[in-house]
Design a protein around this ligand. Structure first.
Ligand code: BEZ
Length: 387
């Protein structure tokens, strides 16, 4: 059996981030990924994600602030820009709050945390940004530190840190076939070809969480949203920040979008509906086929409200978002105390979490190495089901 100080299961951005942190500690680390590294099969499919500080919950906004130094540190490892801080615009019906928060609640939290923002009327939004026909009762704000995350470059930067570290072994196309946590303190991880042993396990399976928890006789209730997105050709020189619009009815009218970037279909701008095409329980149920209904809502929004874009969806794709179905923003915890060595088995899944990638890596590495973290993760405790 090959022995490692820490074994990380799941080589998406969070597993890469945890391994990149462990690389610094000098501890021998094995990262196992069932598919290829940098694949499109999980929650990190696609090219871009939003970075934002505003949240309706103070602890989430604080976590986004806490992530900034780790993004700065990661940025030093690559010449590619990881976050383009073009700012974040939220606008819409002031009464609405969704999974992402709500405009009024987010402004209150930003004020409490001294996060600067400027409040906008519908008229000011139309004056300052290339949106049109914004209903008069809409309000909004612009927060300058928000931006667009280059998701591929982020993963590449983390992957390269791991690849260059002599204490990290990267092993892809290697599914875990069993895990046994023994009373002796050893945790045995089996794959088709090898058996590994460690005293610390970090599990970052994203949507595949129940495939791993079953080895411990556990599961969690999650919903996996398969969501569509598309790009729209620019007809004139226009500049958008990252943005999100809150509107009624929420099941057809929430949209978000991004600026143009040279690494994401230059000449085009991404707009996406923030509604699930379908809600599935297992990634194997993913269709990879963007819903014409969702893209229809998207095109209608682009046609009516976004100046200078051709409202014909192009470069369409889907991605998976894993969500805790008891409304927790993230799931980050150890295993329950019915499992031997539970404090040494740390698990992360779920949430709109790309903005936290390097911070979650740091937290997971701290928990694995010291059993503690200085960040407040008390809101992310996992309610396990015993199978
Ligand atoms: C987010 O920033 O969390 C987010 C952005 C767009 C859609 C959904 C979530």
């Amino acid at each position: 059996m090959k022995k490692f100080d820490v074994i990380v299961i799941g080589g998406g951005p969070m597993g890469l981030a945890a391994s990149a942190e462990l690389a610094k500690s000098g501890r021998s680390t094995l990262l196992l990924e069932q598919y290829q590294f940098l694949n499109q099969k999980g929650s990190s499919a696609g090219l871009s994600r939003q970075f934002r500080l505003q949240y309706a919950q103070k602890y989430m906004a604080q976590l986004a602030l806490d992530a900034i130094p780790y993004w700065d540190e990661l940025q030093e490892n690559t010449s590619k820009l990881l976050i383009d801080n073009v700012g974040s615009l939220w606008f819409g019906d002031p009464e609405i709050s969704s999974q992402e928060g709500g405009i009024q609640a987010a402004m209150k939290v930003m004020s409490e945390l001294d996060i600067p923002y400027s409040k906008l009327t519908a008229g000011q939004i139309e004056e300052q940004f290339p949106f049109k026909n914004i209903p008069e009762n809409y309000i909004g704000f612009f927060q300058k530190d928000g931006g667009i995350i280059n998701l591929q470059a982020t993963q590449e930067a983390l992957y390269n840190i791991c690849r260059n570290a002599s204490n990290v072994d990267l092993c892809d196309r290697t599914a875990v076939t069993n895990i046994e946590s023994l009373e002796t303190g050893e945790i045995i991880v089996s794959t088709a070809g090898e058996t590994y042993v460690s005293e610390k396990l970090v599990i970052t399976p994203g949507a595949f969480i129940n495939d791993i928890l079953r080895f411990f006789g556990l599961s969690v209730n999650i919903d996996i949203w398969e969501m569509s997105s598309a790009y729209y050709r620019k007809k004139e020189e226009i500049k958008f920040p990252t943005w999100f619009v809150f509107q009624k009815p929420q099941n057809t009218s929430l949209f978000y979008g991004f600026p143009e970037e040279d690494w994401a279909h230059p000449g085009y701008i991404r707009v996406a509906p923030d509604i699930p095409d379908r809600i599935i329980q297992d990634p194997s149920q993913r269709t990879n086929i963007p819903s014409t209904k969702s893209l229809g809502f998207n095109e209608e929004w682009v046609k009516n409200h976004m100046e200078g874009l051709n409202p014909q969806s192009e470069f369409t794709s889907t991605c998976l978002i894993t969500l805790s179905n008891n409304n927790k923003e993230l799931l980050l915890d150890t295993l329950p105390d019915t499992i031997p060595n539970n404090r040494n088995i740390i698990i992360y899944s779920a949430g709109w979490a790309a903005k936290f990638i390097p911070l979650i890596g740091k937290i997971m590495a701290e928990l694995a190495l010291t059993g503690q973290t200085s960040y407040d993760i008390s809101q992310f405790k996992i309610d396990y089901n015993t199978n």
